[in-house]
Design a protein around this ligand. Sequence first.
Ligand code: BES
Ligand code: ZN
Ligand code: MN
Length: 493
Amino acid sequence: ADRRTSCALVPVYEGRRLDQAGKSGDAAWDGIISRVMKRGDIRGKAGESLVLHAGPDCNADRIVLIGCGSIKGTSTSSFRKIAKAAATALKSTNSVDAVVHLINVNVTDADDVWKARILGAAFLDSAYVYSGAPGGGRKHPSRKISLATENRTQTRAVQGALDRAKAIGTGTALARELGNLPGNVCTPTYLASAARKLAGRYDSVSIKVLNETEMKRLGMNTLLAVAAGSAEPPRLIVAEYHGGADNERPIVLVGKGVTFDSGGISLKPGASMDEMKFDMCGAASVLGTLNAVAEMALPVNLVCIVAATENLPSSTATKPGDVIKSMSGKTVEILNTDAEGRLILCDALTYAERFDPDVVVDVATLTGACMVALGQIPSGLFSNHDGLAGALLEAGQYTGDRAWQMPIWDDFQDLLKSNFADMANIGGRFGGAITAACFLARFAENQRWAHLDIAGTAWHSGANKGATGRPVPLLTQFVMNHKPRRKSQRSGR
Ligand code: BES
Ligand code: ZN
Ligand code: MN
């Protein structure tokens, strides 16, 4: 607590305990912390906070006390809560800078690197301000935030971790911004230009955007069937990040980019339909991850494929009962035009094969049923490969951007039976998140594939309505941890 700052964030623990940072602050600041604790305005429970305005002789204009639980140690989930509370409390002040004394809070099974990542993520996430509306948004209040460290080794570890948190924070903010943009701005064409802009900022990223004609030539008829009702043209965005060896197989991420989902001819009810502008959050998260990976210059190869379209009703729209042949050659009876995500993703998954992927992960706001099954805390995870599923779960656990695995047993496949095509695009009344995943699994049979259903996690409704940027932290951490295989002989490119 020896640095001049407009705001010092200091931990206080249950039982009126202080750690080294708290004690030295208390001594430097004339005992203000112990006095406040004695008065009982803060108990030290994890997630509490109290903003104090310091006296004229203090080197900090404000002292924000942060409840950190037991001084002996706290859990990782409670530290995440602490980090969030600290960020929220700081945001409530008008401080221009801050020194955060929370890196030495004892967390069971966690090191300084993890704590710095969590703190960095929390402060960056709370600094995000939506700014993309036409006519200009609000201005970002920029704050310089430092984490106080005790010695050189700790400083070095924390600095490295903060650099990564910053890169992931940038990617998360991009995903949030794209998600929050209204459907009249964030069209498939806009998503393509946003991806182009991103590629322009990194030599390591190249980009290709396929238009309707090119998609037609490739036979992407299920994707085009979703776009059929809309005047806005669809786009298939392919962005490649080259950071690994030439013979290393890429990670391929596939994002659902439905820039507005009205349901099509199977029209959705009116309530909250505005939230279907968020139906491109899978695409946004894939581009956000690309941003983070390129920013860190990770030694991997990454391909991001975004299938972008609107889903609207019109006289040219696809109708329930229409049968369409997908790029894979499999035919689909479209019984419900509102089950459109799987129709665009199946062609994108087939297209992904040409990259000889090490793994393919698709990300989609795919089903309301996933929210019914899992709520809004974890994303739904489905995979045909246990190692891949495990790695994604672990990345989610580390970053706090968690997923929970659901089954895609063959037994469910019967629900997709059609009398007129290889499969229907909807299952029965139950297990909707699973039948959707089972549909996708049919187009990823030859791949190590996973699917993240982010319907419950990609955005908040209500007073805090807005995109979360999830699962950028999970995906980026997964890429950071990943050790890819070499390319196979058969590989065409
Ligand atoms: N984008 C929606 C899924 C969705 C709905 C996400 C609500 C978040 C909140 C998707 O395209 C959709 O409409 N799915 C249908 C599938 C059904 C027709 C089988 C759904 O979940 O109702
Ligand atoms: Zn949708
Ligand atoms: Mn839909």
